[in-house]
Design a protein around this ligand. Structure first.
Ligand SMILES: CC(C)(COP(=O)(O)OP(=O)(O)OC[C@H]1O[C@@H](n2cnc3c(N)ncnc32)[C@H](O)[C@@H]1OP(=O)(O)O)[C@@H](O)C(=O)NCCC(=O)NCCS
Length: 452
């Protein structure tokens, strides 16, 4: 490696490390639930997954791991030459198969705990000292009789002891939960990992529920299929997808993804801030999803009453009401009604429950793959609630979809706000030439640039 290459690599490393800092701050002390099936445990990449979990724990994320054991249970049933009946996709767990379930789940549970206890020097687990805790946190009840068939020890979650889990998390433990639940009558029930993870996330009001999908349809190395679900979905969009009611050309939802999306959507509807579906086949998927702007899987978030949309000609009056006081104070450049009408397509507006809270405009400079963010304004009564950040994020996304990778802004009053949102101070010489010619030296606006 030449000295130049080494220097470039170091610069990239430093800028990458700095770029993850906001995520590290945001995730500290937040509760994340990770749900994964038994398949991942047999994968050679599982040890990397454990390293990633250990890293998250060391960053102060409060982690609850919910594991499955389907393939291990099947193997154990095969060894015992036991055949089980399934009803609507659910396995009937009779007393003999329950024995196999207990053995298989117990083995998987201990294997995960052992891996989390590793601390070999010269490995990512050195000095990790993770304390793994388990317990009877899940109360279960029988699924009952379906289509005339008693599912016996196949159960569902009845209650989660959220207080007990929270107190373990507060002590810095990683909580490991198996897909077995116990009833007040002392019975054991075979549950699905998805059911347990979703109910735990809801009960703990988790910040995130993350499912590691096994389905090959979701392998992001397969670029065609990874487009099966969009990168982001609101609960409403997700429900439309689940009902196969999205407009063409969205492909129909694959049956392999449906149950995961159902669980993820339910969790969001019940108060979990965000759920993520990512592929277990992708090494480092969790880190990529959590610590990069674009992520790698699909994120489902709660519906909000606020809407961001392209401005229409009828919005001109509302935008004028918003920006005229700021123009009078010299914070924004004056725009006439006529100019606004001509440029209305450039504007995005933020509405909440029908009233206009904010606006912003994007002026592209296609040749330079750059864009100017202008006229960003939030109604004074609604500031400091994250609306400005939300609008900016939306514009950034839109910008990238238009092949614009540099966003700049000229501001007289909000330089610090933009710097806190990843912009850097720049000189007028760094602006596209057409903009340099229009720069108003009397306003002495600060030039701020963000490379997306
Ligand atoms: C700048 C503006 C868009 C921010 O909108 P917002 O919805 O209040 O912003 P957010 O809620 O996302 O962020 C709030 C945080 O930014 C800080 N902030 C708000 N305006 C700021 C400013 N002008 N300079 C520095 N920090 C500012 C708040 O103090 C708050 O900080 P905190 O989280 O530490 O408490 C809004 O203040 C505004 O409309 N300003 C007038 C118009 C303007 O200057 N536009 C920019 C030129 S294009």
């Amino acid at each position: 490696m030449t000295i130049n290459n080494k220097m470039n690599a170091m610069t990239e490393f430093v800028s990458w490390f700095r770029s993850v800092a906001p995520y590290i701050h945001a995730f500290r002390d937040k509760v994340f639930i990770l749900g994964f099936g038994g398949e991942i445990i047999t994968d050679a990449k599982f040890v990397h997954f454990i390293h990633d979990i250990s890293l998250l724990a060391s960053l102060g994320v409060r982690l609850v791991l919910v594991h499955g054991a389907r393939p291990q249970i099947q193997l154990r049933l095969n060894e015992s030459q036991l055949e089980t009946q399934t009803v609507t996709g659910m396995r009937v767990t009779d007393p003999a198969s329950l024995q196999c379930v207990k053995e298989a789940v117990g083995r998987v549970h201990h294997e995960i705990a052992a891996l989390l206890s590793m601390g070999l020097p010269n490995s990512p687990m050195a000095n990790a000292a993770i304390r793994v805790t388990s317990g009877n946190f899940v109360t279960a009840c029988p699924h009952g009789i379906i289509q005339g068939v008693d599912l016996m020890h196949t159960g569902k979650v009845r209650k989660i002891n959220a207080q007990a889990i929270h107190s373990r998390l507060e002590q810095g433990d990683v909580v490991l939960i198996s897909p077995l639940g116990y009833s007040p009558t002392g019975e054991i029930f075979n549950l699905t990992m998805e059911n347990v993870a979703t109910e735990v996330a809801i009960a703990l009001h988790a910040e995130k529920l993350i499912f590691l999908l096994d389905t090959a349809d979701y392998d992001s190395s397969d670029t065609d299929k990874s487009e099966l679900l969009p990168r982001e979905l609101t609960v409403a969009e997700s429900n439309l997808l689940l009902r196969n009611k999205t407009p063409e050309p969205t492909p129909l939802l694959a049956d392999t993804i449906r149950p995961w999306l159902q669980s993820a959507t339910k969790a969001c509807e019940m108060g979990v801030t965000r759920t993520h579906l990512i592929s277990r086949h992708n090494d480092g998927a969790i880190l990529q999803e959590l610590f990069t702007h674009h992520g790698i899987g699909t994120m489902i978030s709660q519906e909000t009453l606020q809407t961001l949309r392209k401005a229409k000609i009828e919005d001109v009056g509302g935008i004028l009401q918003l920006i005229e006081p700021l123009e009078a104070e010299g914070i924004l450049v004056r725009r006439s009604r006529e100019l606004l009408e001509i440029e209305i397509d450039r504007f995005t507006v933020l509405e909440h429950d029908g009233s206009m809270l904010g606006c912003a405009a994007l002026y592209p400079f296609s040749e330079e793959h750059a864009g100017e963010l202008a006229c960003l304004a939030i109604h004074p009564n609604y500031r400091d609630r994250g609306y400005g950040s939300h609008l900016l994020k939306h514009i950034e996304k839109e910008t990238m979809s238009q092949n614009i990778y540099t966003l700049f802004v000229l501001t007289t009053h909000a330089a610090h706000w933009f710097i806190e949102h990843g912009f850097n101070e720049a000189t007028t010489a760094e602006l596209p030439p057409a903009k340099q010619n229009l720069y108003n030296y009397q306003r002495r606006s600060k030039v701020l640039i963000k490379h997306l």
